[in-house]
Design a protein around this ligand. Structure first.
Ligand code: NAD
Length: 425
């Protein structure tokens, strides 16, 4: 039974939506946010629930539930990924949409926040079934999406090909090609160079900024990464190539540990054949729980939300956590870690590289003028490092955690836009 609480990895009932609201309420008080704006920002602007019927390969019909939520569009079109997951629910999508609003504002790109999801176990579908489901879901959310309105992107269990099906469905409906309706699509149809690894590259820049701030060297640190998907897998590769020792990785099936360091290229080869990191030779087998509790320098949760809760916060040993996943630490667990002095780079800053290059992709699509990868990566680095510096400086100035400072900046920019535009009517 799937509940509406939205707490996948979190047995304490501290759901992503409760976490997102608690974070907003906390910073609203700290920054003395105008009560009317605070109330406005607590509620998503619009939430669409759709029923998605599609044909299975055996001729039967399956019906699943889908969502698309716009949290806020005051600074520009709604922007946010679409995830496919059997436990997706409205409360979770609302939280993710709210975090997108703050994230876009922190890196100062002119988008609001959105998120979408379909409650489905992807592993149980053939590729053809997945395509029919995606096209029907895209048709159901057509009233909301468009390059000036709402631009979806990949997230958990969605990829470039799924983005091209959505782009094709939308374009077929319009009667002409509209590349700017989604980002994270293949370069052949208007995708951006550098988008595929952008979130992971951004995570790497945030780890490097942290190390520089703390006076530590890149080649002296060990890293554990939970989630070996688009974000975690590429981050492992980038960090390994940069000279860090990646000692542990995991996916939903299993975890791997090798104190001397893992070779992501070899793991990728194994994963391509086996479909999982499980049973990779040359590493000790560990559970996802054990991965989180490993004694290493940097922990990178890159899977799902709610994996660090009051139940395991005391067991986390890494002095630095860089949140590649959205909402991996619950509100109460965050307090425990902060009290212990853990340096946490919050999700809305740490994984903002993805939406930043999505913005670049949208700009390139609209201008029909494409950049080379070096330009993309260089602009990404400058934006991410600038955002880190801004958040870190505010945290120091006001004696805040990085999460509070990031929210302060994000919420502050959105509030400023609300107050500048005024309340209609
Ligand atoms: P993905 O589907 O490519 O990979 C997810 C990984 O997590 C897989 O390895 C999967 O096996 C693993 N996983 C799933 N459930 C798990 C569980 N219960 N325990 C341990 N591992 C589990 O997804 P992704 O795009 O890499 O996204 C990962 C996280 O990063 C999500 O929180 C997502 O919202 C966030 N994120 C993604 C992007 C992006 O550009 N894709 C951008 C910003 C944030």
């Amino acid at each position: 039974m799937v509940t509406n609480a939205g707490s996948h990895g979190d047995p304490s009932g501290d759901s992503p939506w409760e976490t997102a609201l608690a974070q907003l309420d906390e910073v609203a008080e700290l920054m003395d946010l105008a009560p009317g704006v605070h109330e406005t920002l607590r509620a998503p602007k619009r939430s669409l629930i759709v029923s998605v019927p599609f044909r299975m390969d055996d001729g039967t019909t399956k019906v699943v539930q889908g969502y698309r939520v716009h949290h806020n569009v005051t600074r520009g079109p709604a922007k946010g990924g679409i995830r496919y997951y059997q436990h997706v629910n409205l409360a979770e999508i609302k939280a993710l949409a709210m975090w997108m609003t703050w994230k876009c504002a922190i890196v100062n790109i002119p988008f609001g926040g959105a998120k979408g999801g379909v409650q489905v176990a992807v592993r149980e579908l053939s590729r053809a079934e997945l395509e029919r489901m995606t096209r029907r879901y895209a048709s159901e959310i057509l009233p909301l999406i468009g390059p000036e309105r709402d631009i979806p992107a990949p997230d958990m269990n969605t990829d470039e090909e799924i983005m091209s099906w959505i782009m094709d469905t939308y374009s077929t409906n319009q009667g002409y090609s509209v590349p700017g309706v989604v980002t994270g699509k293949p370069v052949a149809i208007g995708g951006s160079r550098g988008r595929r690894g952008a979130t992971s590259r951004g995570v790497m820049y945030m780890i490097f900024s942290t190390l520089k701030t703390l006076g530590r060297g890149i080649d002296e640190i060990s890293i554990a990464i939970q989630g070996y998907g688009k974000v975690g897998g590429f981050a492992a590769q980038l960090l390994h190539d940069a000279g860090c020792r990646v000692v542990a990785v995991s996916d939903v099936d299993s975890g791997l540990y090798n104190e001397r360091g893992l070779d992501p290229e070899a793991i990728n080869r194994h994963k391509r054949e086996a479909g999982t990191v499980k049973d990779f030779p040359g590493a000790e087998k560990i559970t996802n729980r054990e991965l989180l509790e490993i004694d290493c320098d940097v922990l990178v949760p890159a899977a799902i939300e709610g994996v660090i809760t009051v139940k395991n916060a005391d067991e986390i040993k890494a002095p630095i956590i860089c949140e590649a996943a959205n909402g991996p630490i619950t509100f109460e667990a965050d307090k425990i870690l902060n009290d212990r002095g853990t340096f946490i780079v919050p999700d809305i800053l740490a994984n903002a590289g993805g939406v930043t290059v999505s913005y670049f992709e949208w700009v390139q699509d609209i201008q029909a003028y494409f950049w080379d990868e070096e330009q993309v990566n260089d602009r990404l680095r400058r934006i991410m490092e600038g955002a880190f510096e801004g958040v870190y400086a505010l945290a120091k100035e006001k004696d805040l955690t990085l999460r509070q400072a990031a929210h302060w900046i994000g919420v502050g920019r959105v509030a400023d836009a609300h107050l500048t535009r005024g309340l209609f009517p």
